[in-house]
Design a protein around this ligand. Structure first.
Ligand code: AMP
Ligand code: MG
Length: 285
Protein backbone atom coordinates (compact mmCIF):
# COMPACT_ATOMS: atom_id res chain seq x y z
CA UNK A 1 0.00 0.00 0.00
CA UNK A 2 1.27 3.49 -0.82
CA UNK A 3 0.71 5.38 2.42
CA UNK A 4 1.73 8.65 0.74
CA UNK A 5 -1.46 8.45 -1.32
CA UNK A 6 -3.65 6.66 1.22
CA UNK A 7 -3.23 9.10 4.11
CA UNK A 8 -2.71 12.36 2.22
CA UNK A 9 -5.50 14.89 2.60
CA UNK A 10 -6.57 15.82 -0.93
CA UNK A 11 -6.27 19.60 -1.30
CA UNK A 12 -9.68 21.23 -1.11
CA UNK A 13 -11.42 18.21 0.47
CA UNK A 14 -13.41 18.45 3.69
CA UNK A 15 -12.04 16.29 6.49
CA UNK A 16 -14.41 14.44 8.83
CA UNK A 17 -12.25 12.74 11.46
CA UNK A 18 -15.16 10.64 12.74
CA UNK A 19 -14.96 8.78 9.41
CA UNK A 20 -11.30 7.88 9.86
CA UNK A 21 -10.44 4.81 11.93
CA UNK A 22 -7.68 5.69 14.41
CA UNK A 23 -7.16 1.95 15.01
CA UNK A 24 -6.46 1.08 11.35
CA UNK A 25 -3.45 -1.20 10.82
CA UNK A 26 -3.54 -2.29 7.20
CA UNK A 27 -4.83 -5.90 7.10
CA UNK A 28 -1.97 -8.35 6.96
CA UNK A 29 0.57 -6.17 8.75
CA UNK A 30 1.78 -7.00 12.24
CA UNK A 31 4.12 -5.39 14.73
CA UNK A 32 6.82 -7.94 13.80
CA UNK A 33 6.67 -7.46 10.02
CA UNK A 34 6.41 -3.70 10.49
CA UNK A 35 9.60 -3.65 12.50
CA UNK A 36 11.65 -4.99 9.56
CA UNK A 37 10.00 -2.54 7.18
CA UNK A 38 10.56 0.41 9.50
CA UNK A 39 14.28 -0.42 9.75
CA UNK A 40 14.54 -0.50 5.96
CA UNK A 41 12.78 2.87 5.61
CA UNK A 42 15.03 4.35 8.29
CA UNK A 43 18.10 3.19 6.41
CA UNK A 44 16.76 4.82 3.27
CA UNK A 45 16.00 7.98 5.25
CA UNK A 46 19.60 8.10 6.51
CA UNK A 47 21.07 7.67 3.04
CA UNK A 48 18.80 10.31 1.56
CA UNK A 49 19.41 12.76 4.41
CA UNK A 50 23.13 12.41 3.72
CA UNK A 51 22.44 13.11 0.05
CA UNK A 52 20.34 16.17 0.97
CA UNK A 53 23.20 17.46 3.11
CA UNK A 54 25.73 16.85 0.34
CA UNK A 55 23.55 18.39 -2.35
CA UNK A 56 22.88 21.49 -0.20
CA UNK A 57 20.06 22.73 -2.39
CA UNK A 58 16.90 21.99 -0.47
CA UNK A 59 15.56 21.22 2.94
CA UNK A 60 12.83 19.23 4.65
CA UNK A 61 10.37 20.44 7.27
CA UNK A 62 8.35 17.86 9.18
CA UNK A 63 5.48 19.12 11.37
CA UNK A 64 3.96 16.86 14.00
CA UNK A 65 0.56 17.65 15.43
CA UNK A 66 -1.91 15.73 17.55
CA UNK A 67 -3.57 15.90 20.93
CA UNK A 68 -1.84 15.08 24.21
CA UNK A 69 -0.38 11.54 24.20
CA UNK A 70 -0.98 11.20 20.45
CA UNK A 71 2.65 10.15 20.03
CA UNK A 72 4.60 13.18 18.84
CA UNK A 73 7.56 12.50 21.14
CA UNK A 74 7.46 8.77 20.35
CA UNK A 75 7.53 9.43 16.60
CA UNK A 76 10.60 11.63 16.98
CA UNK A 77 12.38 9.05 19.11
CA UNK A 78 11.45 5.88 17.24
CA UNK A 79 11.24 7.05 13.61
CA UNK A 80 12.97 10.36 13.06
CA UNK A 81 15.71 9.48 15.54
CA UNK A 82 17.31 7.65 12.61
CA UNK A 83 18.38 11.00 11.16
CA UNK A 84 21.97 12.17 11.63
CA UNK A 85 21.84 14.89 14.34
CA UNK A 86 24.39 16.90 12.37
CA UNK A 87 21.81 17.70 9.70
CA UNK A 88 18.65 17.73 11.76
CA UNK A 89 17.11 19.97 14.38
CA UNK A 90 14.02 19.39 16.52
CA UNK A 91 12.08 22.36 17.91
CA UNK A 92 9.21 21.95 20.37
CA UNK A 93 6.68 24.75 20.65
CA UNK A 94 5.07 25.53 23.99
CA UNK A 95 3.05 28.49 25.24
CA UNK A 96 4.74 31.49 23.56
CA UNK A 97 7.26 33.45 25.63
CA UNK A 98 6.78 37.16 26.24
CA UNK A 99 9.06 38.04 23.31
CA UNK A 100 7.45 35.49 20.98
CA UNK A 101 3.98 36.77 21.84
CA UNK A 102 5.10 40.32 21.07
CA UNK A 103 5.64 39.38 17.40
CA UNK A 104 3.37 38.14 14.62
CA UNK A 105 2.36 34.53 15.26
CA UNK A 106 4.63 33.07 12.56
CA UNK A 107 7.82 34.73 13.76
CA UNK A 108 8.98 32.02 16.13
CA UNK A 109 8.28 29.26 13.59
CA UNK A 110 10.04 31.01 10.74
CA UNK A 111 13.19 31.26 12.85
CA UNK A 112 13.23 27.48 13.26
CA UNK A 113 12.79 26.54 9.58
CA UNK A 114 15.58 24.45 8.02
CA UNK A 115 18.44 25.91 6.06
CA UNK A 116 19.42 24.30 2.76
CA UNK A 117 20.68 20.74 3.22
CA UNK A 118 18.99 20.40 6.62
CA UNK A 119 15.97 18.71 8.15
CA UNK A 120 13.82 20.48 10.76
CA UNK A 121 11.22 18.74 12.89
CA UNK A 122 8.49 20.74 14.61
CA UNK A 123 7.03 19.10 17.72
CA UNK A 124 3.77 21.10 17.59
CA UNK A 125 3.93 23.90 15.07
CA UNK A 126 2.35 27.07 13.67
CA UNK A 127 -0.92 25.11 13.68
CA UNK A 128 -1.19 25.60 17.47
CA UNK A 129 -2.23 29.15 16.60
CA UNK A 130 -5.41 27.83 14.98
CA UNK A 131 -5.87 24.94 17.45
CA UNK A 132 -5.35 25.67 21.16
CA UNK A 133 -5.70 29.39 20.39
CA UNK A 134 -9.03 28.86 18.64
CA UNK A 135 -10.42 26.40 21.20
CA UNK A 136 -9.56 28.66 24.13
CA UNK A 137 -10.36 31.97 22.42
CA UNK A 138 -6.86 33.22 23.16
CA UNK A 139 -7.35 35.77 20.38
CA UNK A 140 -10.64 36.87 18.79
CA UNK A 141 -12.11 34.87 15.90
CA UNK A 142 -11.46 37.82 13.59
CA UNK A 143 -7.75 37.24 14.25
CA UNK A 144 -7.43 33.44 14.17
CA UNK A 145 -9.75 33.03 11.19
CA UNK A 146 -7.27 34.92 8.98
CA UNK A 147 -4.43 32.66 10.01
CA UNK A 148 -5.28 29.76 7.66
CA UNK A 149 -4.50 32.04 4.74
CA UNK A 150 -1.37 33.36 6.46
CA UNK A 151 -0.24 29.76 7.03
CA UNK A 152 -0.83 28.81 3.38
CA UNK A 153 1.19 31.80 2.23
CA UNK A 154 3.97 31.05 4.73
CA UNK A 155 4.21 27.45 3.55
CA UNK A 156 4.21 28.55 -0.09
CA UNK A 157 7.06 30.93 0.67
CA UNK A 158 9.05 28.08 2.23
CA UNK A 159 8.22 25.77 -0.68
CA UNK A 160 9.35 28.39 -3.21
CA UNK A 161 12.61 28.51 -1.29
CA UNK A 162 13.11 24.73 -1.82
CA UNK A 163 11.82 23.61 1.58
CA UNK A 164 9.73 20.45 1.27
CA UNK A 165 7.00 20.26 3.88
CA UNK A 166 5.33 17.19 5.37
CA UNK A 167 2.66 17.60 8.04
CA UNK A 168 1.47 14.66 10.11
CA UNK A 169 -1.67 14.65 12.20
CA UNK A 170 -1.44 11.76 14.67
CA UNK A 171 -5.00 10.50 14.95
CA UNK A 172 -5.95 8.70 18.17
CA UNK A 173 -9.41 8.36 19.72
CA UNK A 174 -10.48 9.56 23.16
CA UNK A 175 -10.41 6.04 24.64
CA UNK A 176 -6.84 5.47 23.51
CA UNK A 177 -5.80 8.81 24.99
CA UNK A 178 -7.27 7.86 28.39
CA UNK A 179 -5.47 4.49 28.22
CA UNK A 180 -2.17 6.27 27.60
CA UNK A 181 -2.76 8.73 30.45
CA UNK A 182 -3.45 5.75 32.74
CA UNK A 183 -0.17 4.12 31.66
CA UNK A 184 1.65 7.30 32.66
CA UNK A 185 0.01 7.13 36.10
CA UNK A 186 1.18 3.52 36.48
CA UNK A 187 4.79 4.31 35.53
CA UNK A 188 6.69 6.54 37.99
CA UNK A 189 9.21 7.37 35.25
CA UNK A 190 6.46 9.06 33.29
CA UNK A 191 4.85 11.01 36.10
CA UNK A 192 6.69 14.14 35.08
CA UNK A 193 4.73 14.12 31.82
CA UNK A 194 1.35 14.37 33.52
CA UNK A 195 -0.30 17.78 33.79
CA UNK A 196 -3.69 18.92 35.00
CA UNK A 197 -4.30 20.50 31.64
CA UNK A 198 -4.11 17.09 29.91
CA UNK A 199 -7.29 16.07 31.73
CA UNK A 200 -8.84 19.54 31.62
CA UNK A 201 -8.64 19.48 27.81
CA UNK A 202 -10.58 16.20 27.49
CA UNK A 203 -14.07 17.76 27.77
CA UNK A 204 -12.99 19.97 24.86
CA UNK A 205 -12.33 16.95 22.59
CA UNK A 206 -15.13 17.92 20.24
CA UNK A 207 -13.90 21.53 19.93
CA UNK A 208 -10.35 20.32 19.26
CA UNK A 209 -11.63 17.88 16.66
CA UNK A 210 -13.46 20.71 14.88
CA UNK A 211 -10.35 22.90 15.01
CA UNK A 212 -8.19 20.06 13.61
CA UNK A 213 -10.73 19.37 10.86
CA UNK A 214 -10.67 23.03 9.83
CA UNK A 215 -6.86 23.13 9.73
CA UNK A 216 -6.61 19.83 7.83
CA UNK A 217 -9.26 20.92 5.32
CA UNK A 218 -8.07 24.48 4.71
CA UNK A 219 -4.31 23.93 4.77
CA UNK A 220 -3.58 20.73 2.85
CA UNK A 221 -1.98 21.89 -0.39
CA UNK A 222 -0.01 20.28 -3.21
CA UNK A 223 3.19 21.80 -1.88
CA UNK A 224 2.53 21.25 1.84
CA UNK A 225 0.20 18.27 2.28
CA UNK A 226 -1.32 17.03 5.51
CA UNK A 227 -1.28 13.31 6.25
CA UNK A 228 -3.75 11.84 8.74
CA UNK A 229 -1.95 8.94 10.41
CA UNK A 230 -4.01 6.31 12.26
CA UNK A 231 -2.05 6.26 15.52
CA UNK A 232 -3.83 4.07 18.08
CA UNK A 233 -1.23 1.43 17.19
CA UNK A 234 2.17 2.99 17.72
CA UNK A 235 3.94 0.49 15.45
CA UNK A 236 1.56 1.27 12.59
CA UNK A 237 2.05 5.00 13.11
CA UNK A 238 5.83 4.46 12.92
CA UNK A 239 5.50 2.35 9.79
CA UNK A 240 3.30 4.87 7.98
CA UNK A 241 5.45 7.89 8.85
CA UNK A 242 8.79 6.21 8.06
CA UNK A 243 7.33 5.09 4.71
CA UNK A 244 6.08 8.59 3.82
CA UNK A 245 9.30 10.37 4.84
CA UNK A 246 11.55 7.90 2.99
CA UNK A 247 9.41 7.86 -0.17
CA UNK A 248 9.13 11.65 -0.21
CA UNK A 249 12.89 12.09 0.09
CA UNK A 250 13.38 9.58 -2.71
CA UNK A 251 10.91 11.36 -4.98
CA UNK A 252 13.02 14.54 -4.79
CA UNK A 253 15.55 12.85 -7.07
CA UNK A 254 18.50 14.55 -5.36
CA UNK A 255 21.99 14.34 -6.85
CA UNK A 256 25.46 14.46 -5.39
CA UNK A 257 27.19 17.65 -6.53
CA UNK A 258 29.95 17.38 -9.11
CA UNK A 259 33.37 17.24 -7.39
CA UNK A 260 35.08 20.63 -7.20
CA UNK A 261 38.48 19.04 -7.87
CA UNK A 262 39.94 16.70 -10.50
CA UNK A 263 39.69 13.40 -8.64
CA UNK A 264 42.17 11.62 -10.95
CA UNK A 265 44.71 14.38 -10.53
CA UNK A 266 44.34 14.30 -6.74
CA UNK A 267 44.64 10.52 -6.79
CA UNK A 268 47.80 10.71 -8.86
CA UNK A 269 49.37 13.57 -6.93
CA UNK A 270 48.67 12.57 -3.37
CA UNK A 271 48.11 8.84 -3.38
CA UNK A 272 49.87 7.09 -6.24
CA UNK A 273 52.98 9.30 -6.06
CA UNK A 274 53.26 8.76 -2.33
CA UNK A 275 52.95 5.03 -2.86
CA UNK A 276 55.66 5.14 -5.54
CA UNK A 277 57.98 7.14 -3.31
CA UNK A 278 57.44 4.66 -0.51
CA UNK A 279 58.24 1.81 -2.84
CA UNK A 280 61.43 3.52 -4.05
CA UNK A 281 62.48 4.13 -0.47
CA UNK A 282 61.87 0.46 0.39
CA UNK A 283 63.92 -0.67 -2.64
CA UNK A 284 66.89 1.57 -1.82
CA UNK A 285 67.26 0.11 1.69
P1 AMP B 1 3.64 19.84 25.69
O1 AMP B 1 3.66 19.62 24.22
O2 AMP B 1 2.94 18.75 26.44
O3 AMP B 1 4.97 20.17 26.25
O4 AMP B 1 2.73 21.14 25.95
C1 AMP B 1 2.95 22.34 25.33
C2 AMP B 1 1.75 23.20 25.56
O5 AMP B 1 1.95 24.46 24.91
C3 AMP B 1 0.46 22.62 25.02
O6 AMP B 1 -0.54 22.67 25.99
C4 AMP B 1 0.14 23.53 23.84
O7 AMP B 1 -1.22 23.64 23.60
C5 AMP B 1 0.76 24.84 24.30
N1 AMP B 1 1.01 25.72 23.16
C6 AMP B 1 1.80 25.48 22.10
N2 AMP B 1 1.76 26.50 21.22
C7 AMP B 1 0.92 27.42 21.73
C8 AMP B 1 0.44 28.68 21.30
N3 AMP B 1 0.84 29.21 20.12
N4 AMP B 1 -0.41 29.34 22.09
C9 AMP B 1 -0.81 28.82 23.26
N5 AMP B 1 -0.42 27.62 23.73
C10 AMP B 1 0.44 26.92 22.98
MG1 MG C 1 1.47 17.40 27.11
Amino acid sequence: MDYCKQFRVTPGSKVDLSQIDAGYKDGQKSRATASTEIKAYQKKMQELQYLMYAEGKRSLLICLQGGDAAGKDGTIKHVLGAMNPQGCRVTGFKVPSHTEAAHDFLWRYHRATPERGQVAIFNRSHYEDVLVVRVHNLVPEAVWSKRYEHINHFEKLLHDNNTHILKFYLHIDAEEQLKRFKKRIDDPKRHWKISDSDYAERPLWHEYTQAFEAALSKCSTEHAPWFIIPSNHKWFRNLAISHIVAETLESLNMQFPEPTVDINEIKQKYHEMVEEEKEEEENSK
